[in-house]
Write a protein that binds this ligand. Structure first.
Ligand code: 5GP
Ligand code: ZN
Length: 150
């Protein structure tokens, strides 16, 4: 979709700090992170939210796209644990009422370092990278760890 920001990020039209680029899914650092390394996993195909993903009636391509997204979420959680040594939250918002602000399916993977608040907070922009180099180094570490975990 031309007017969808995540379609445009997936297609490389809008720059982002990518940590995974596959045939059917991509992952990139969130622009307003809740924690260091907070990333988003999105399908290249445009589904507006999780409720829009077809179930039993899904075609082979749709099944493969959803499977790739789920596997990258898994690998990103493992990467978060490996890179930051703590835990991770996976957050998915379906519908405005649930806090969804971008209408293209995405899973947040939010690394949670040791010693953080439990239960964790979900506050957009709560974390700030020191500078672009810090952000790029974080993306590089996650990119390597995701590739290893897939
Ligand atoms: P939602 O609230 O829909 O679950 O999450 C949307 C997320 O997308 C937010 O955490 C927000 O910071 C992130 N986001 C919105 N626009 C952009 C963008 O242009 N680039 C990146 N990297 N993240 C974005
Ligand atoms: Zn889209």
């Amino acid at each position: 979709m031309d007017d969808c920001i995540f379609c445009r990020i997936a297609g490389g039209e809008i720059p982002s700090a990518k940590v995974y680029e596959g045939k059917r899914a991509v992952a990139f650092l969130d622009a307003a992170p809740m924690s260091r390394g907070h990333l988003l996993v999105v399908p290249r195909a445009h589904w507006k939210d999780l409720a829009a993903v077809p179930g039993a009636g899904a075609g082979e391509e749709e099944k493969a796209a959803y499977a790739e997204v789920c596997d990258v979420v898994r690998a990103a959680a493992r990467a978060a644990v490996e890179v930051f040594g703590g835990g991770a939250n996976v957050l998915q918002c379906t519908g405005e009422e649930a806090g969804q602000t971008v209408g293209h399916l995405h899973f947040h993977v939010i690394p949670r370092p040791k010693g953080g608040k439990v239960p964790p907070e979900f506050v957009s922009g709560a974390y700030r990278y020191a500078d672009d180099a810090d952000r790029a180094a974080t993306a590089a570490a996650l990119r390597d760890a995701i590739a290893k975990a897939l």
